[in-house]
Every structure is written in structure tokens, then in C-alpha cells.
Design a protein around this ligand. Structure first.
Ligand code: FES
Length: 141
């Protein structure tokens, strides 16, 4: 079956942005879709925002084994999320990713859902780790 990807999707598929790994990432999100077999990893580095106590996504990268849409949506989610506060990044909807790509074939919408899921997991991973470290420090260990 031939899919009609638009030019923007094809361009990102051929030349994705922010592809790779962050070795000392603050949070890592890994997701997979058992039906299509695609796997994504999102790596984030968290920094301080302009407001007091605000945390932002300072750096973000992805690694994806998957279809053209999976690669293009992974790339787009990193572009949309970079520089956002963690709270705002968590609110990014898959439709925003689809719209930013100028649309996706209907059977490829789940690829964008995978991308938002991977980002959310990376943020959760960071936040869980932070809570764990706080408890650890409180106990003086
Ligand atoms: Fe499943 Fe693209 S076909 S993520």
C-alpha cells in the first residue's frame, strides 16, 4: 500500500531534527506499539525557566525505529516541546503534532500518539526520579 505523505512529513523523515541520544539525560521515555512494532525513545534534559521554580525542556532528542510517520512525528514533538515548561510540554496533544506536520494519513495518526506518549513518559521519568532523590536526601542518606 502506498501512503500519501505530504512534503513536510517526507522532509522530516529524510532529515529529522534532534535525532540521537542524550547520554546524561534527566528523563527517558520509551514506548512501543505492539501492532506495528515501532519503538521510540525520547530523552530530555531539564533546565531552569525564567520564573522562579519553573522547569523547562532545555534539550530533547529522540531515537525511533519505525515508519516514516513515526520518525517525522518524533522529530516534530522534539521541535514543539523544546523550551517549553514541563507542564506545558505535558499538555501537547497529538493533534498539535499532526497539525504542525500539515496532516498525516488516517492510519498513521497513532504514530503521533506514540510521540506524545514518549514525551510524557520522559517527563514522568524525570519527575519520579526527582521525588525519589528528595526522599533520599530527607532521610539523610
Ligand atoms: Fe506504528 Fe508508525 S506505523 S508508529
Amino acid at each position: 500500500m502506498t501512503l500519501n505523505y505530504n512534503k513536510k512529513v517526507m522532509k522530516l523523515f529524510m532529515n529529522p531534527k534532534n535525532m540521537g541520544e542524550i547520554k546524561d539525560a534527566d528523563g527517558i521515555g520509551k514506548v512501543g506499539n505492539p501492532r506495528c512494532g515501532d519503538i521510540m525513545w525520547v530523552y530530555i534534559k531539564v533546565g531552569k525557566g525564567k520564573k522562579k521554580g519553573e522547569e523547562i525542556i532545555k534539550e530533547i532528542k529522540f531515537k525511533t525505529f519505525g515508519c516514516a510517520a513515526a520518525i517525522a512525528t518524533s522529530s516534530m514533538i522534539t521541535q514543539v516541546a523544546k523550551g517549553k515548561t514541563l507542564e506545558d510540554a505535558k499538555k501537547i496533544k497529538y493533534q498539535k503534532v499532526v497539525d504542525s506536520l500539515g496532516g498525516l494519513p488516517a492510519i498513521k495518526i497513532h504514530c503521533s500518539q506514540l510521540a506524545t506518549e514518549a514525551l510524557n513518559k520522559a517527563i514522568e521519568d524525570y519527575q519520579k526520579e526527582k521525588i525519589k532523590n528528595k526522599k533520599w536526601n530527607k532521610n539523610g542518606k
